[in-house]
Ligand binder design. Structure first.
Ligand code: 13P
Ligand code: SF4
Length: 362
């Protein structure tokens, strides 16, 4: 059995210092064992009345399994909606912890499981609840808008939760109401939303270890080598990278842009896991990963989230077989308060996003 050693990931703390957090790659699945593992996982999902809700960045095995078993592969907004509205008693979230917590907050009566509860997110790590709460206390005149990539305790302190697919619309709407915004945690997404909406936004300091690594100069060089390619960028990327984009959007937004723009080649500045879905939807089209700060052994994420990568078939099966330590638990009082900003976002989405229901893998 091949078990890789944990890797140590450097991330930026809100103070600007460097933090370190481990990420443990899952057991490798060999081509010989894959069919039997997939069959076992499919059977367990049925027997346990469980639905698999996966993010585009997780391994293709889990994306395909979710789609084949009536679950979903989608962005964070659709993951939250889908898990909430699906009738299954158990929701299995293949993603990172904040996604499991969001599912639990919305569905306290359901069992929410994850293949690995230690799947972090650098944005969540960089936003400790107590310090964040003090920051909010110091600015009582601002409406607190937090990105989904935060802990339950941080959401409990917020007025609104947003994901990348709806941040611009909600902040634009708040701005239209004359409200000033306190934004956390992603500084690049905040900067992008600020520029698009013109809102008065006070920013927390944090970044995504994957998107922060995309580099504009190297991207320009790559564009020169592929003059016909369109550039698709997730707004967690630095401003200089966003400025080179033909389309900027959430993960679902990026896939929809590729379908809409009709190019033969795309350069994709987000986690490379998304390319699996893009190839399935647009066969014959070429997708190229955007360049990161380093190459091979010298890059930190290499455009793949080390925490999303912790989800695999082996630990999914363990989870479904009832191994301890896979259930997402949220303090009920914290959950009750955190539900308010999440539901506010879902209600806003239902009212203002015409495609909301179909924005996942439908
Ligand atoms: P999306 O909501 O666009 O899927 O983003 C989630 C995320 O963590 C991106 O890094
Ligand atoms: Fe967090 Fe970045 Fe991983 Fe998304 S890709 S979960 S923002 S660390």
């Amino acid at each position: 059995m091949a078990i890789a050693r944990p890797i140590q990931i450097r991330f930026e703390r809100y103070t600007g210092e460097t933090g370190i957090a481990p990420a443990k790659p899952p057991r490798v699945v060999t081509p010989q064992e894959r069919p039997a593992l997939v069959e076992r996982a499919e059977r367990l999902l049925r027997e346990r009345d469980a639905v698999l809700v996966a993010h585009y960045y997780v391994h293709p095995d889990l994306q395909d399994l979710a789609q084949a078993t009536g679950g979903t592969v989608s962005d964070s907004l659709e993951m939250a909606r889908f898990g909430h509205e699906h009738p299954a008693k158990t929701v299995v979230v293949a993603g990172v912890r904040f996604m499991g917590e969001t599912a639990k907050i919305l569905n306290p009566e359901k069992r929410v499981l994850m293949p690995d509860l230690a799947a972090e997110c650098s944005l969540d790590l960089a936003t400790p609840a107590e310090e964040f709460s003090r920051f909010c206390d110091a600015h009582p005149d601002r409406v607190v808008v937090v990105y989904a990539n935060t802990s339950a305790a941080v959401k409990a302190r917020a007025d609104w939760m947003v994901t990348s697919s709806i941040a611009e619309k909600i902040v634009g709407w708040l701005h239209g109401q004359g409200r000033k915004v306190l934004w956390a945690p992603d500084k690049h997404l905040g900067d992008y939303v600020q520029r698009v909406t013109g809102a008065d936004m006070l920013m927390w300091n944090a970044s995504c270890v994957v998107h922060d690594e995309f580099k504009a100069i190297q991207l320009e060089e790559l564009k020169a080598l592929h003059p016909g390619a369109k550039v698709l960028v997730h707004p967690e990327s630095p401003r200089a990278v966003i400025e080179l984009a033909d389309a900027v959007g959430s993960t679902t937004g990026i896939i929809q842009a590729a379908e809409r723009l009709g190019a033969k080649e795309y350069i994709v500045a987000t986690d490379g896991g998304i390319i699996h879905q893009m190839r399935k939807r647009l066969p014959g089209v070429t997708f190229i990963e955007a360049p990161t700060a380093g190459k091979g052994a010298t890059c930190q994420s290499c455009a793949h989230c080390p925490w999303m990568a912790m989800n695999g078939l082996h630990n999914l099966i363990e989870t479904l077989e009832g191994a301890p330590g896979h259930e997402v638990l949220v303090d009920p009082e914290v959950g009750r308060r955190a539900k308010v900003p999440i539901e506010r976002m879902l209600d806003f989405a239902a009212e203002h996003l015409p495609t909301f229901r179909g924005s996942g893998d439908a």
